[in-house]
Design a protein around this ligand. Sequence first.
Ligand SMILES: Cc1cc2nc3c(=O)[nH]c(=O)nc-3n(C[C@H](O)[C@H](O)[C@H](O)COP(=O)(O)OP(=O)(O)OC[C@H]3O[C@@H](n4cnc5c(N)ncnc54)[C@H](O)[C@@H]3O)c2cc1C
Length: 453
Amino acid sequence: MTEGRPKVVVIGCGFGGLEAVRVLSRGPVDITLLDRTNHHLFQPLLYQVATAGLSAPAVSAPIRHVLRREIRRGNLTVLQGEVTGVDVAGRHVIVAGAGPGEPADAIAYDHLIVAAGTTNSYFGHPEWAVHAPGLKTLADAFTIRARMIGAFEQAERSTDPAIRARWLTFVIIGGGPTGVEMAGTMTEIAHHTLRGEFRRIDPKSTRVVLVEGADRILGTFVPELSERAHEQLSRLGAEIRTGCRVTGIDADGVTLQRRDGDTVLTERVEARTVIWAAGVAGVPLGRALAEATGATLDRGGRLVVEPDLALPGHPEIAVVGDLAAALSYGKGEPKPVPGLSPSAKQMGRAAAANLLRRLRGEPTRPFRYVDYGSLATVGRKAAVVDLGVPGLGAVRFAGLGAWLFWLFAHIYFLIGFRNRLSVMLDWAWAYFTHERAARVVAEPARETAPSGS
Ligand SMILES: Cc1cc2nc3c(=O)[nH]c(=O)nc-3n(C[C@H](O)[C@H](O)[C@H](O)COP(=O)(O)OP(=O)(O)OC[C@H]3O[C@@H](n4cnc5c(N)ncnc54)[C@H](O)[C@@H]3O)c2cc1C
């Protein structure tokens, strides 16, 4: 650290925070990067950990290792800790004590970039969380994987047909990309991976039910691609319920409602394994920051930011990534920026560049999001792709070609050569054998949450 240099604190080393640090480390600043975990996580492949296709190190990497070059430059300190609040007047962030009874730390800043992302949101029903884990962190993925694999084991043990059927029913709530990926993969596991491994149950009798509140799955894609995804997923064997609202989740299953004209129809699906892929909201730190600065939170708990990604009245604080309710200032009317990894990366870079501009006494620039398109995989040889190609307009395709495109795009964007190689090998093996590389789980935890690797 160099005395007298402006101090920048970056909270969160997801896609947004990582890119911000990479840009800032070349500038005349001293950076402290704080994350509550020790790893950067490639969330787009997290469902592969949850469904035993990949192990945790394939989709995550230690932050220190990812940023080793920047650390060697001498102006970056990486610290693991949970930021619990920001003292805006005193310009320091508060980091929870490292162990029981240990005091909280105060870390001073001149400039702050907040890239803390989102957490699962249960639409006002936090009590559902225990029955229906969401998928945001590695710990979530381990929980889901243990429940999914455990469900087949319990079904094999059970002699009661009703109980067995409950263990062999999986409900996934939310028909966005994560829900669709989970449903497709779970169907394949039941139909192919587990074939011939059980004596008392036929894994093929497994029901995978995907529930979506809107009238189509993959609602952010054009209707034609939603339809293609629906067809592909049904062909794999999943049951898809669109236009269905979840009204209850308990240890034995879910209660659904849908409207048929003026009539409200209620359906009960008995299931031991329920997965929540329906909603996220800004992390609690967003609310703390809104209270400290007077900034506005949108309905999803995201902080409304200025065109240059700073908080209103606080040019020293920028918010990027999923936690920011930002607009893109391109041609025409400003458009909302989607909660995706490319937008988080672009915001991270833009906020860092604006910070360096401000230090040079230059005006900041409004954020402009460059949309390269969207991809979603449905299962083996099934995916949908919607690309914006300069000069060609929208290029849309589905099926095997889209699946190969999805595969290579995800391998390309993974952090680290080792991860790319290991994912490529695991997927090639799985393609020919239907095997899944990470099916071993620790014995069920008795007092603590499930863990694994
Ligand atoms: C299952 C899943 C699948 C997805 N699939 C895709 C996809 O296919 N394509 C796509 O483009 N996008 C996808 N996304 C969305 C994409 O991952 C997010 O848009 C992106 O991660 C947002 O980046 P971020 O930096 O804002 O937040 P994150 O990547 O979530 O990073 C936030 C970081 O902040 C840390 N943090 C949070 N709170 C604190 C605190 N109080 N103190 C310290 N550290 C804290 C967290 O540990 C984390 O490292 C997916 C998301 C999920 C969950």
